[in-house]
Ligand binder design. Structure first.
Ligand SMILES: [Cu+2]
Length: 344
């Protein structure tokens, strides 16, 4: 409501300014003074440039400081600090250039507005200037791109052998999570067998799938590599876990992955922030439809021992939904019963 009022106020103010401008030009036309129209419209436009510069400049700094804590969340992953370093270097370079160029753009528009009796300076070329403003940005950008490329290669390096594989599947409008069970191997999936219950399309021809489990809560261990194996069931989604400086698109038909190591448990973060309600979150950062905003998933980081305990307690999908045993090929039935711990 408050925002709407501000919006309306701004529109109204612009309308009033426009009307004043129109009336003053009409009066000048009526008086037969065309030269004056140009001068007065240039003056108004010039003044508006300064108003815009000061107004938006204020909003830019005000918002940046006010929301600083919200876009600079505490880091909770190993690669996060490397990422952070690069982010703030880039932010400093582009921030200084942004402020400087925007200031000059609007200030010059006001300063060099049309004035009677003033003649523009003819300044055809200056090779020295050309070289400087080509060379300096080229070097700065090359350094930024090279450092970025190095950090990115580091972050996306192949997952180590002992990584904890977890599957995350985006769909309209939630995240589904699947763990590989005690064999440590995620079973195959097949989109053709997706149903209301088997929403992941778990393929029961693959014995690795029998102990896979779909938990109610998502847990990961602290200090151990974790690989998110990411896919989408319908449209583009994007896995975003800001505290871990993690973002990776979920693309239908094209699996992606992201490997990282969490450095702080949920409990430790709660203490650090002095907020007993704190929870890590995964959000979707790809506008994927009407319910996009609701794609929120709580992620709990445990100490490795707690994680193992939780992991061992989970019941496999097959154990929870024994009717799917009928989809298991006859020759693999025994393996399935053994892996799921279902009594025959
Ligand atoms: Cu989404």
């Amino acid at each position: 409501m408050f925002n709407l009022a501000i919006g309306l106020g701004v529109v109204l103010l612009l309308a009033i300014l426009f009307l004043i401008f129109r009336i003053s030009s009409l009066i000048s036309v009526a008086k037969g003074n065309t030269n004056k129209i140009e001068t007065s419209s240039n003056k108004i436009n010039g003044a508006m440039f300064i108003v815009f510069l000061v107004g938006t400049g204020f909003l830019f700094f005000w918002y940046s400081f006010k929301e600083f804590d919200n876009y600079n969340l505490p880091v909770a992953s190993e690669h996060g600090s490397e990422y952070e370093f690069l982010f703030w270097i880039t932010m400093a370079v582009t921030g200084v250039v942004f402020v400087l160029t925007q200031f000059l753009l609007f200030y010059f528009s006001w300063k060099y507005q049309y004035k009677e009796n003033t003649k523009a300076l003819f300044y055809p070329e200056n090779n020295k200037l050309e070289i400087i403003w080509t060379f300096v940005p080229a070097v700065v950008l090359a350094i930024l791109v090279f450092t970025g490329w190095r950090v990115w290669t580091d972050i996306t390096a192949p997952a180590p052998e002992n990584t904890n594989n977890i599957e995350i599947m985006g769909y309209q409008f939630a995240w589904g999570v699947r763990y590989p069970g005690l064999d440590g191997e995620l079973g195959n999936t097949d989109y053709r067998v997706i149903e209301a219950t088997n929403s992941f399309g778990i393929d029961f021809n693959d014995k690795a799938s029998y102990d896979d489990f779909i938990p109610r809560e998502m847990h990961i261990p602290k200090g151990e590599p974790v690989t998110f194996n990411i896919r989408a069931r319908d449209v583009l989604h994007s896995v975003f876990a800001p505290h871990f400086r993690l973002k990776m698109d979920a693309v239908p038909g094209m699996p992606t992955s992201f490997t990282f190591t969490a450095t702080k448990t949920t409990e430790e973060m709660r203490e650090e922030l002095n907020d007993p309600e704190f929870n890590y979150e995964i959000a979707c950062t790809e506008v994927c439809g009407r319910g996009h905003y609701s794609m929120k998933l709580t992620l709990i980081v445990d100490e490795p021992e707690e994680y193992m305990e939780w992991y061992a307690e989970q019941e496999s999908f097959l154990k929870r939904n024994p009717e799917y045993l009928s989809k298991v090929p006859t020759e693999l039935k025994e393996v399935a019963l053994l892996k799921t711990g279902i009594e025959n």
